[in-house]
Design a protein around this ligand. Sequence first.
Ligand code: PLP
Length: 378
Amino acid sequence: MRATRALIHLDNFHHNIQQIKQHLHSSVQLCLPVKADAYGHGALRIAREAEYAGVSYLAVASVEEAIELRTADIALPIIVLGVPLPEDIADIITYRIEPLVFTQAFITQLNKKAAEQNKIISVHLKIDTGMNRIGCSPLEAAALARAIADSPYLALQGVATHFAVSDSSQQADGDFTRQQLNDFNYAIQQIKKQGISIPLIHAANSGAVQHYPEAYFSMVRTGLLAYGYNADSNNETALAVKPVMELVTQVVFIKKIAAGTTVSYGRKWTAEEDTVIATLPIGYADGLRRSLSEHLRVRIGKSLFPLAGTICMDQCMIDLGLESTVQESDDVCIFGVAEKDNTAATLADLAQTVPYEITCGISKRVPRVYTNSPLSPL
Ligand SMILES: *Cc1c(COP(=O)(O)O)cnc(C)c1O
C-alpha cells in the first residue's frame, strides 16, 4: 500500500455521534450528511457505521451518490440535498430516494411518474429562508405543501430549511439566523393550519446544533461535528468531538545539502546553513494544498519539521536540520486526531479555508484505512 494514507478513526466517529446525541433532546433524530464521499472519509463505510450508531437518515448531494449507497445495500432513508432534475425521477423511484422539492412543476411530474409505477414517493419540501441557494419562499410553502398533500403518489415526509450563518456567534449573524427561524416557523404554521401533518421538520446544520436549540425541531442534519470539527471552534458552545481523519505518510528519501542550496520549484526556499532534507511522497494531487508550502509543519515522532520549498504535485520536502535522528521509512503525521497534532482544522486555518475543504480534498488516490471500528470486519 502507498505510504500516504488517510486513517479513519471510527472510534472517534462513534464518540462524536454519541456526543451529538447527548447534546440533543432525546426525541431529536439525526441525519448524517455523507455527501462528497462522507466529507472525504468514505461514504460507504461511514454509512454502515452510521446505521450501527443509530443514525436515522443519510443525506447526499446527488442522485448518483444515493445510488452508490443503495446498490451497496445501505437501507437507511436517503435525502438528496441538491436540485432534483426531471431525468433523475426514474432513479428516485427505483432506489427509494427522498428528494427535496420546491416547485409545482417538479411536484406534478414526480407524482405522474410515480403513479405510472404505482409507487408512493416520500419528499421533503425545501424552504429558502435566506441562504438563497435552493428552495421556495416561505410565502409559497403552504400552497406547495397543499399540492404535495393532494398528490396521491407523493408523501410529505419532511419540511426543511438551511442556515447561512448559524456557525457564527456575531450579533448580526445571530439576528439573521433568528430571522431565518422566524420565517421557517411562519411557513410551518401556514402548512399545519391546513391540517397537513409533517412527520419531520429539519433545519439545523452543525453550526445550529452548537448555537440554536430552538432550531432542532424533529431532526438535525449535522455533518461537520460528526467528522470531529466544531463549526464555531472559539466558543463555549463547542462539543467535545474528536477528528476522525488522520493523514500520514513516510519519509522516502533523505539527503544532506549545503548552505545556499535551493529546494523545489521556483527556488523559493534556500538553506541558510548546511542541513538535511527529507522527501515525502505526498503533494497537492493528494490534497495537500500548495498554499500550505510556507506554513505547514509536520510531525515525525515527537518533533515538528517545517516544509522546505513549494509543495509539488506528488511530493514535498521537509527540513530536518542537522540534529534529527529521522530515517527513511519513518512515519510522518501531516494532520492527525490527537491533541498534540495539527488537525484538518489547523490546516484549514493555515490555508484560509474551512475543514470541510481539507478533508473533502484528500484525493481518491489516497487509500482510506479504517481503524477501531466496533463493527465486525466487513
Ligand atoms: C452539507 C449540508 C449540511 C451539513 O452541514 P454541516 O455544516 O456539515 O453540519 C446540512 N444541510 C444541508 C442542506 C447541507 O448541504
